[in-house]
Design a protein around this ligand. Structure first.
Ligand SMILES: [Zn+2]
Length: 225
């Protein structure tokens, strides 16, 4: 029985292999010289592509595994026995875009930024994620024609329009600060901070969903005579 890592179950599970292919390619390796420096060398590597399905939750995972040989193994079997391996999973679903975001009446451009921001998070690119979140909030202001001249003033406007609460205003202010610090001052936010930022962002965008839903309901409910 084959076992692989399931990204939904977050552990190794029994899987059904749907597709597997191996290819030889040219890879780069690093070997150490002395204590500190390393030297790059080129070598033949083996790349294994596979798609497998978790037998528990049925999630399908696409995995690319690279074997880079160490030493002077001569055969493929020898290489596979003593490899330096790297595994990449696609798509990484540690954070999925909430389905309802696609229901929002947003321009494709904004949807693209949102989708790239989630992707950056899933690739562990936390600086880019925080800059993305800041950009999305900026677009949110533009979308609602909130142009008071600064992030801080725009937030005040959201608050006075009763779109956000006082606590949310404070949190979004922090979110914006993290994004600016990452963009301009080389600040590296942690995964936990970004997760917090995503929940604030989702909460903000969901106010648009509620608005759109209530407008749709208004249209279908017959007016009182
Ligand atoms: Zn699973």
């Amino acid at each position: 029985m084959e076992k692989e890592y399931c990204q939904k179950c977050k552990t190794k599970t029994n899987v059904e292999v749907l597709y597997k292919e191996m290819e030889r390619a040219i890879g780069e390796g690093y070997k150490s010289i002395g204590n500190k420096s390393v030297e790059k060398f080129f070598c033949v590597k083996i790349v294994e592509w596979s798609i497998y399905k978790c037998k528990g939750c049925e999630e399908r995972t696409f995995k690319i595994k690279e074997y880079i040989p160490r030493g002077h193994e001569k055969t493929r079997e020898e290489m596979l026995e003593t490899p330096m391996t790297m595994e990449f999973y696609h798509p990484n679903i540690s954070k999925k875009i909430p389905e309802w975001i696609f229901e929002l009446d947003y321009e494709m451009e904004l949807i693209k930024i949102i989708s790239e921001t989630y992707r950056a998070f899933n690739e562990n690119l936390y600086i880019l994620s925080s800059i993305g979140i800041r950009t999305i909030i900026d677009s949110y202001f533009q979308l609602h024609k909130i142009e008071e001249g600064s992030f801080k003033k725009n937030l005040e406007k959201l608050y006075s329009n009763r779109i956000i609460s006082e606590v949310e205003k404070k949190i979004i202010k922090e979110v914006i600060d993290v994004g600016s610090a990452a963009a301009h001052r080389g600040f590296e936010p942690t995964k936990e901070v970004i997760e917090e930022m995503f929940s604030v962002l989702e909460r903000l965008l969901s106010t648009d969903l509620l608005k759109e839903k209530s407008e749709r309901i208004k249209k279908v409910v017959p007016k009182r005579k």
